[in-house]
Design a protein around this ligand. Sequence first.
Ligand code: ADP
Ligand code: ADP
Length: 216
Amino acid sequence: MHFIVLLGVPGAGKGTQARRLSATLALPHISSGDLFRENLKQGTRIGHEAQKYLSRGELVPDEITIEMIEERLGRLDGAEGAILDGYPRTARQADALENMAGGIVRAAVHVEVPIERLVERMSGRRVCREQGHVYHIVHNPPSEQGICDVDDSELYQREDDKPETVRHRLRVYEERTAPLIDYYRERGVLVSVNGDQPIEAVTEKILSSLEQVATR
Ligand code: ADP
Ligand code: ADP
């Protein structure tokens, strides 16, 4: 199994790019944030355990997160790999991924966006109730306001996208997740891409960088 990991601050565009890469590369898109929100909605044990962390913008403890991801990776249904969006976010999660039997991180893509862009990204983000499809009221609007283009479900604003929680999530990112950039650089699989350009341009850039990693 080979993985493409997406790294970047909250709001960098990881989910947006992961979904597009998933379609182009024919690999499943696995988002830890989406999985937690799905567990919350379904009222599962993991959902109950994760709830307070999500609403405060804290990371869910590693044991719970690793358990959830390993369970999901255990049913890839024959896919030869996956695009990982939002996982790993701590050194321990990265180690768990590295030690997973038969798994290899082929590339870690750092989507770079200046911090001052993020408030606008987060305040305009809208997500669909049904399947978590992501929009932006200005930069990536649905064809009909408030309705998902794909499944017609309602669009809502995430509770943790309010400015206070966003600021906290950024601090958590700097402390816990940013060190993974060096982690993957040391392993020779890091690619950095300018995420501060139109969505299509970012995808093009990621795809060409992935080819370069493949031939290194
Ligand atoms: P964003 O898209 O803004 O980066 P996510 O949807 O990926 O946010 O994550 C939302 C929340 O889910 C996080 O703030 C955290 O509480 C939890 N979460 C997601 N992925 C992880 C992870 N790998 N480890 C711990 N907590 C996570
Ligand atoms: P992340 O998963 O990293 O938190 P998202 O993919 O959810 O980020 O994107 C955050 C918000 O920014 C969403 O509203 C999305 O539509 C918007 N967005 C994503 N990429 C871009 C881009 N290149 N330019 C402008 N807005 C973008």
